[in-house]
Design a protein around this ligand. Structure first.
Ligand code: HEM
Length: 468
C-alpha cells in the first residue's frame, strides 16, 4: 500500500528466558538526553516494528527521562490491561496536556471516580440500547451518498469525517443540533489538531502561555463549552433517548446522578473518542478495498444478497458477515488507536524484568496485529480470514483494536455497528479505485490517519432502481 510501512513484528525474537530480575530489557540505545524521543518523532510506526523485531517481547526504551517498556506479547499485554490493571493508570505525561478539554471524562479519569462514571454510562452503550441509533447512522450515510453523481472523484476521508461527526452529534445530543453541528465540528477540529501537536512535544506548555496555538485552542474550548452547555441545558422530553439524555437520567445505587460539569466532560470525551476513530476505521477500509478488487466483489455480492437493493438496517447486521470482516481486517492492518499507554503506579515485574514505579508501559495494536506468530501472511489484506472463527482462536490480546480489560472502549459496539452500516450503504451503491498517483501513507498522530487523505474514483454500481 503506497509507501506505508510493512512490519513483520516478531520475525526474529531474542529468547525471553532471562529470569534475572535485575536484568535490563534489551532496546535501542537512544540519545543520552532525550532517549528514544527522536526515533518516535521520525517514523514511529517503523520504529515500533523494528523494536519488536530486533528486541522481542519486552523492549526497554527511554522517553525523555522516563523509563519506558514496550510489550509485544498477548500474555504480557493481558497482564497489564486486565490481570494487574489496578497497578497501572492512564498516562499522566500525555493526558495532562489536554485536561482543559477532556476534563474528568471516562477516557482520562481514574480510580473510584472513573469506576462510578463507567457504571453510570455503561447501560447507555449496551447493544440493545444503541440499536436505536442505527436509523440515524443509515439516514446520515444515505444523505451523504444522495448528493453523489454516477462518477465521482473524492477524498473519502473528508466525507467520512463529516458523516461520523453528524452521527455522533445527533446520537449524543439529539435530533435538534443541525444548526450547531458545523460550529461544533470546526471547534473540535482545532482542538484535535492542537492535541496532536501537544502529544508530540516532550514537555508541556501550560494553556495560559500566549502562544498563537494556545490562544486558538482556548478559543475553541470556550466555544465548545458554550455550545455543549447550551445543548445540555435545553429542556428535554422525558423519553428522549440521545446519549446525553440517557447519561443525565443515569443514577448510581445512592440515587445520585452526574453534575452538569461532569455531563459536559463525558459528552466532549465521547465526541472526541468516538468520531475520528470510526471515520478512520472506514477510511482505511475504503483505501484497502480500493486496491483489492476481489474483496470488493465479495462485499458487493454479500450486500446484493442480503439487502437486495434496500437500505441496510440494524436487523441485517448478523448476516453482513463479510462487511464486518472488512472492518475487522482493516482495523487489523490500520488500527485507529495504534498504541495504548499506561504508567505503573508501583514497582513490579513485567515478564522477566523489574521496573520502578512510574514506568511508562505501552503496547501497540499496529505491531501485534502484524505479528506472524498469530497471523498468516500478516501484511496481506484478507477479510476472509475472519470468517472461520479466527477471533475465537487468537490469544485475547493478539487483536485488540478497542483495548481490553476494565478500560475497554465503551463505544466498541457503537463503532462496529456504525462502520458496518456505513460501509454497507457505500459499497452497495459504488465501486472504487484509488485516484492514479494518489499516495497513501500513514500519519501516526493521536490516531492513525491517512497522511494525504484517501482520494478515490467512485463509479455507481447500482443499475437497478432502489425502492423509494
Ligand atoms: C473504530 C472506532 C474506535 C476505536 C478503534 C476505539 C478505540 C478505543 C480504545 C483502544 C480505547 C481504550 C484506550 C485505553 O485503554 O487506553 C477506547 C476507549 C474509549 N472509547 Fe473508543 N474507539 C472507537 C470508537 C468509539 C466510539 C464510537 C465511542 C463513543 C461513542 C468511544 C468512546 C470511548 C470512551 C469513552 C473510551 C474510554 C473508556 C474508559 O476508559 O472507560 N470509542 N477506545
Amino acid at each position: 500500500m503506497g509507501n506505508a510501512v510493512t512490519v513483520e513484528a516478531g520475525a526474529q525474537r531474542t529468547p525471553a528466558a532471562v529470569t534475572d530480575n535485575r536484568a535490563v530489557p534489551p532496546g535501542p540505545r537512544g540519545h543520552p538526553l532525550v532517549g528514544n524521543l527522536p526515533e518516535f518523532g521520525r517514523d514511529l510506526l517503523g520504529f515500533l516494528g523494528e523494536c519488536a523485531r530486533d528486541y522481542g517481547d519486552v523492549v526497554g526504551l527511554r522517553l525523555a527521562g522516563y523509563p519506558t517498556c514496550f510489550i509485544n506479547h498477548p500474555d504480557l499485554i493481558e497482564d497489564v490491561l486486565v490481570t494487574r490493571s489496578a497497578q497501572f493508570r492512564k498516562h499522566r505525561f500525555f493526558w495532562r496536556h489536554v485536561e482543559s478539554i477532556f476534563g474528568n471524562g471516562l477516557l482520562t479519569s481514574e480510580g473510584d471516580f472513573w469506576r462510578r462514571q463507567r457504571r453510570l454510562a455503561q447501560p447507555a452503550f449496551h447493544r440493545e440500547r444503541i440499536a436505536a441509533y442505527g436509523t440515524v447512522m443509515v439516514a446520515e450515510a444515505e444523505q451523504m451518498l444522495a448528493g453523489w453523481g454516477a462518477e465521482e472523484e473524492r477524498d473519502i476521508h473528508e466525507d467520512l469525517m463529516g458523516v461520523t461527526m453528524r452521527i455522533v452529534a445527533r446520537t449524543l445530543f439529539g435530533a435538534d443540533v443541525a444548526a450547531e453541528v458545523e460550529q461544533i465540528g470546526a471547534s473540535f477540529e482545532v482542538v484535535v489538531q492542537e492535541i496532536a501537536v501537544r502529544f508530540r512535544r516532550p514537555f508541556a506548555v501550560p494553556d495560559w502561555v500566549p502562544l498563537p496555538s494556545n490562544l486558538r485552542y482556548r478559543r475553541a474550548v470556550r466555544q465548545l463549552d458554550r455550545l455543549v452547555y447550551g445543548i445540555i441545558r435545553q429542556p428535554r422530553r422525558e423519553d428522549a433517548d440521545d446519549l446525553v439524555a440517557l447519561l443525565r437520567r443515569a443514577r448510581d445505587e445512592d440515587g445520585r446522578g452526574m453534575s452538569e460539569r461532569q455531563l459536559r466532560d463525558e459528552a466532549v470525551t465521547i465526541f472526541l473518542a468516538g468520531q475520528e476513530t470510526t471515520a478512520l476505521a472506514l477510511s482505511w477500509a475504503a483505501a484497502l478495498l480500493a486496491q483489492h478488487a476481489p474483496a470488493q466483489d465479495a462485499l458487493a455480492a454479500e450486500l446484493d444478497t442480503v439487502l437486495a437493493g434496500r437500505e441496510p438496517a440494524v436487523s441485517d447486521l448478523p448476516r453482513l458477515r463479510y462487511t464486518e470482516a472488512v472492518i475487522l481486517e482493516s482495523m487489523r492492518l490500520y488500527p485507529p488507536a495504534y498504541v495504548l499507554g499506561r504508567e505503573s503506579a508501583v514497582a513490579g515485574d513485567i515478564g522477566p524484568y523489574r521496573f520502578p514505579a512510574g514506568t511508562t508501559v505501552f503496547a501497540s495494536p499496529w505491531v501485534m496485529h502484524r505479528d506472524p506468530r498469530y497471523f498468516d501472511r500478516p501484511a496481506e489484506f484478507d477479510p476472509g480470514r475472519w470468517l472461520d472463527g479466527l477471533a475465537k482462536r487468537l490469544p485475547r490480546f493478539a487483536y485488540f483494536p478497542f483495548g481490553g480489560g476494565p478500560r475497554l472502549c465503551i463505544g466498541n459496539s457503537f463503532a462496529m455497528m456504525e462502520s458496518t452500516l456505513i460501509l454497507a450503504a457505500l459499497a452497495q451503491r459504488f465501486r472504487w479505485t484509488l485516484v492514479p498517483g494518489h499516495v497513501l501513507d500513514t500519519l501516526a498522530s493521536i490516531t492513525l490517519r491517512p497522511r494525504f487523505g484517501v482520494r478515490l474514483r467512485l463509479a455507481r454500481r447500482d443499475p437497478c432502481p432502489r425502492p423509494s
